[in-house]
Design a protein around this ligand. Structure first.
Ligand code: ACO
Length: 374
């Protein structure tokens, strides 16, 4: 049995391909480094769902539908405030609020529901971010692009074109990634004949964990803890000596640097060149990255542990003034594209996912005889 299902092929998909040894990610036929800096989130979403780029008319239509789906009703906004004030984390608030996205929507087709979910999860992620920071969440602008509007809702002000482009690059870079844990969860749920909202809510739960989507906040914390380049070796040594994992390093599939790290690093540099973000923090992060890779190679010589997507996610989102507590909710906003695409693909396949288990317990145990009555 493969521990953690490592190396097991559990689905056939045309949506994306992760080649671990070569460090290649293909999204619906396009290398990530060709697609992510150019495509808008709307174009990538259409591509994932339809396996081709949209015509201009189709792109505008999807942008309009997505914009309408970003409008949250007042009861959902009130629910977000209630769960955040009760101490729920942003990801828990997202899971709770995402459950409401299909209320009163029973008549929608799967594709219509997918639009509602992707638009809704994006708006929820941004609204939760603003409210978590104690700011009013700006209402959605259905005529804006998805990336621009998410930043506007979250930050409470109109972002620059460079910032919106950087967020588009992030959203497209992480929109899908093979059969990762949250996507697998979504496919398992939909394979039972359940609904798209059920699949997306399950996926949000899987994404939350630090071994999957919960790593970028702690990755940024590591860079901030280092503070100055001369402390990098000592701080990293301390974490490894305490048996801790360095967040933003290592991957189940990649045996080289995650190709998405390169794309997000370039997006960071472009944003800094446009006068936004914190280039000094980025320079420090590059020192931390090099030192972490050096120490990890010595720490686990048998295992290649290189930078993964989360390290540069942290830097890029921080440069976009996204608070670390909501990094993972924005990841969910992007990955909702992949989750819904996989759910639609799995629905079309129509086969229940039901693997077997290897039983390692006892057998033929006898029920204890009743104690004799005194
Ligand atoms: N820091 C230190 N040691 C590590 C790290 C790390 N980041 N990653 C793996 N290792 C060590 C493990 O402790 C283990 O050592 P052991 O054999 O002595 O016990 C060995 O390397 C193998 O680790 P596994 O857990 O078997 O590797 P797996 O393929 O299951 O893990 C994972 C991949 C979960 C991403 C892991 O590398 C990790 O925990 N990284 C840190 C968290 C992180 O960055 N998560 C984001 C992943 S990207 C994404 O999901 C979007």
């Amino acid at each position: 049995m493969a521990s953690g299902l490592e190396g097991v092929v559990a689905a056939r998909t045309r949506i994306s391909d992760v080649e671990g040894a070569a460090g290649r990610l293909t999204i619906a036929g396009y290398p990530v480094e060709g697609l992510a800096p150019r495509a808008t989130f709307e174009e990538a979403l259409f591509l994932l769902w339809s396996d081709r780029l949209p015509t201009p008319i189709e792109r505008d239509e999807l942008a309009r539908d997505l914009g309408r789906a970003r409008i949250l009703d007042s009861a959902v906004r009130a629910l977000i405030d209630r769960v955040l004030s009760a101490g729920s984390s942003p990801m828990d608030a997202l899971r709770i609020a995402a459950c409401t996205l299909d209320v009163g929507q029973a008549a929608l087709s799967d594709r219509e529901m997918a639009v509602r979910l992707v638009g809704g999860v994006g708006a929820l992620a941004a609204t939760i971010g603003a409210r978590f920071e104690g700011r009013p969440a700006r209402p959605a602008d259905p005529r804006a692009s998805h990336a621009w509007d998410l930043l506007a809702i979250l930050r409470g002000e109109a972002p620059s074109a460079a910032a919106a482009r950087a967020l588009d690059t992030y959203l497209v870079t992480v929109c899908d990634h093979g059969l990762n844990a949250s996507t697998f969860a979504a496919r398992v749920v939909i394979s039972t004949g359940s609904g798209l909202t059920d699949a997306v809510v399950a996926a949000i739960g899987a994404l939350k964990g630090p071994l999957h989507g919960g790593a970028p906040g702690p990755a940024l914390a590591l860079v901030r803890e280092v503070e100055t380049a001369d402390r990098a070796a000592e701080v990293i040594r301390g974490h490894l000596a305490r048996g801790e994992r360095l967040m933003g390093f290592g991957h189940r599939v990649y045996r080289v640097r995650d190709p998405r790290a390169e794309v997000l690093d370039a997006a960071c540099r472009a944003l800094h060149a446009a006068g936004e973000g914190d280039p000094a923090l980025a320079s420090l992060a590059r020192v931390v990255e090099a030192e972490a890779c050096r120490q990890l190679a010595a720490h686990r010589p048998g295992r290649v542990l290189k930078t993964n997507v989360e390290f540069y996610t942290a830097l890029l989102l921080d440069s976009l003034r996204v608070p670390p507590a909501v990094f993972t909710t924005l990841f969910a906003a992007a990955r909702a594209a992949g989750w819904t695409a996989h759910a639609l693909e799995q629905r079309a396949e129509g086969r229940l996912i039901r693997p077997s288990s290897e039983y390692i317990g006892g057998r033929d145990r006898a029920w204890p005889a009743p104690a004799p009555a005194c």
